[in-house]
Design a protein around this ligand. Structure first.
Ligand code: KIV
Length: 264
């Protein structure tokens, strides 16, 4: 696979070409994903749940993410590699810069931060220092204790308007990608149409530019539970490579996520 850059994703958005992405945490799966043509991989702090067996992502440390970023980079030299900034690793701008440096040195091409307007200065500082940033809005799992559980976000009109505003602010601050998690599909489609940067959805319907799945959900092997918006592609195909291929095809054709996997 040719090296993928953020410019490819922007071009695909402009062309209306949907793309499928996944989380990955180790070299073998990273290689499998790259060999099937997955353009972007995320070393997500979901590793706290699917690898470490915790009930949320809060115990994950920057060293955990840096370690898994090195593993994934070793297996997939050409994918665009996103690494998550874990809970409390970007509380101040200075701390964000120090920790982002660890992830970039581990092989990431971009870091992802969960949160809205309060991150504007952080996003500016990181991008000015040559660290590309992916923002993350909606059900941001690091805020599970504020939300009172893993709950759909943005249902109320006021909250939806606030999310559109924050997405624009983060784009203006320099964010080059946005992940929207667990929000009504109409709101996700509106944000995707409003922004110039590519928007990747998970549990956000098929109106976003790209999709992402936690790889354990894609294969139906998650330790905790299977989110309703996810789909077990391995069950349909019987082998992992075909499962990834089917996922890519279904996202490109907008067959996934269909109604059964969409939050209205
Ligand atoms: O940590 C993660 O895997 C994520 C995705 C769910 C987007 O943030």
């Amino acid at each position: 696979m040719k090296k993928v850059t953020i410019n490819d994703l922007v071009k695909w958005k402009q062309e209306g070409r949907k793309f499928a992405t996944s989380t990955a945490y180790d070299a073998s799966f990273a290689q499998l994903f790259e060999s099937q043509g997955v353009p972007l991989l995320l070393v997500g702090d979901s590793l706290g749940m699917v690898l470490q067996g915790h009930s949320d992502t809060l115990p994950v440390t920057i060293d955990d993410i840096a370690y898994h970023t090195r593993c994934v980079r070793a297996g997939s030299p050409n994918t665009l590699l996103l690494a998550d900034m874990p809970f409390m690793s970007f509380s101040t701008v200075e701390q964000a810069c120090d920790n982002a440096a660890k992830l970039m040195r581990a092989g990431a091409n971009m870091v992802k931060v969960e949160g809205g307007s309060w991150l504007v200065d952080t996003v500016k500082a990181l991008t000015q220092r040559a660290v590309p940033v992916c923002a993350h809005l909606g059900l941001t799992p690091q805020s599970v204790n504020i939300f009172g559980g893993f709950k759909v976000q943005g249902r109320e009109e006021e909250k939806a308007e606030q999310m559109v505003k924050e997405a624009l602010e983060l784009q203006k601050a320099g964010a080059q990608l946005l992940v929207l998690e667990c929000i009504p599909s109409k709101l996700a489609a509106r944000i995707s149409e409003t922004l110039d940067i590519p928007v990747i959805g998970i549990g956000a319907g098929n109106g976003t530019d790209g999709q992402i799945l936690v790889m354990h959900d894609m294969f139906g092997i998650s330790a905790n539970y299977m989110p309703k918006f996810s789909k077990n592609f391995l069950a349909e195909t019987g082998d992992m490579r075909s499962a990834v291929k089917l996922y890519l095809e279904e996202v490109e054709s907008s067959a996934f996520p269909g109604e059964a996997h969409t939050i209205a």
